[in-house]
Design a binder for this molecule. Structure first.
Ligand code: MEV
Length: 301
């Protein structure tokens, strides 16, 4: 006999941020991407209350938020409170973490259990409201935690958990936001001319997945692939002079590889730093916000 759902008056959902280690943009066209959930978190607290569903507290004023969340939540009867330490518009999956945290909070409020398939499907509705036609990698890794290799399959998401160590990553913030939907549309407009570059990204990502599966991946080899990935992202037109500068700064301060992470056009650079100290110091010296990040553990399944 299955237990009847017990609705609650108030419930909380949480979800982590993400970084794409390799394969952003090419993932939209069926190539693999490697994504990491990282220890920055969004929390959504839903409370039942009479009247139209509305935002209570939120750390950002983005007019897309309420309509996006209403693709999943009911039009009436809820107050939505959001807390987050995920940088917004920086390629770290702020909308994906919001989507997954909301789906989780809603299931908890209704007293329902939730599996990955439903989380991903409902998360997609929210992500589409923000970004048009995303591949689904961002909210997949936010829902699954850990590290994954993801493909946008015709029949739904196709993913494998990667046994990836907690890589020593430093994030450098360009200080400006990228517009994911516009960047994805820009890449689409440059096809089919750039298709060979997207294919090279896919092949590079497959090589990186093999490297990461080794018991102790060689960081220098991983770094070389990150550098190569950045050049390919530049070739498809999604880097900026500022992002190229941050990559160069991290490399000259001792990072073994660096690339933009996410849609580009702004946002962050991730740098692989066996010794993060000198890279953090060089960033501080240049007044660039920078911090270390750690991979969030896989969700229990
Ligand atoms: C954005 O984090 C990643 C992109 O590949 C878009 C997507 O996968 O939907 C640029």
């Amino acid at each position: 006999m299955s237990a009847r759902p017990v609705p609650r008056a108030e419930a909380v959902g949480r979800a982590p941020a993400k970084l794409i280690l390799s394969g952003e943009h090419s993932v939209v066209y069926g190539h693999p991407a490697i994504a990491l959930a990282v220890r920055r978190e969004t929390t959504v607290r839903l409370e039942r209350r009479p009247g139209p569903t509305a935002l209570g507290s939120a750390p950002f004023a983005d007019p897309r938020v309420l309509p996006a969340l209403l693709t999943v939540l009911p039009e009436d009867g809820l107050c939505i409170n959001i807390q987050s330490d995920v940088p917004v518009g920086r390629g770290m999956g702020s909308s994906a973490a919001l989507a997954v945290a909301t789906v989780r909070a809603w299931a908890a409020l209704e007293g329902r259990s939730l599996d990955f398939a439903l989380t991903h499907a409902q998360g997609f509705a929210i992500e589409r409201a923000f970004h048009g036609q995303p591949s689904g990698v961002d909210h997949a890794v936010s829902a699954l935690g850990g590290a994954i290799c993801y493909r946008k399959g015709a029949a739904g998401p196709d993913w494998q958990a990667l046994r990836c160590p907690d890589l020593p990553l430093v994030i450098l913030d360009s200080g400006s936001a990228g517009d994911t939907a516009a960047l994805v549309a820009g890449v689409a407009s440059r096809r089919p001319g750039i298709d060979p570059v997207l294919e090279r990204m896919g092949a590079l990502t497959a090589r990186l997945a093999q490297l990461l599966a080794a018991p102790a991946p060689a960081l220098r080899q991983v770094g070389r692939l990150l550098d190569e990935n950045h050049k390919l992202l530049r070739d498809i037109g999604v880097s900026t002079p500022r992002l190229d500068e941050l990559v160069a700064l991290a490399r000259s301060a001792g990072a073994v590889g660096a690339k933009l992470a996410g849609a580009g056009g702004g946002g962050v650079v991730l740098a692989l730093c066996p010794d993060p100290g000198p890279v953090l110091a060089a960033a501080a010296q240049a007044e660039i916000p920078a911090f270390s990040v750690h991979v969030a553990p896989p969700e229990p399944r």
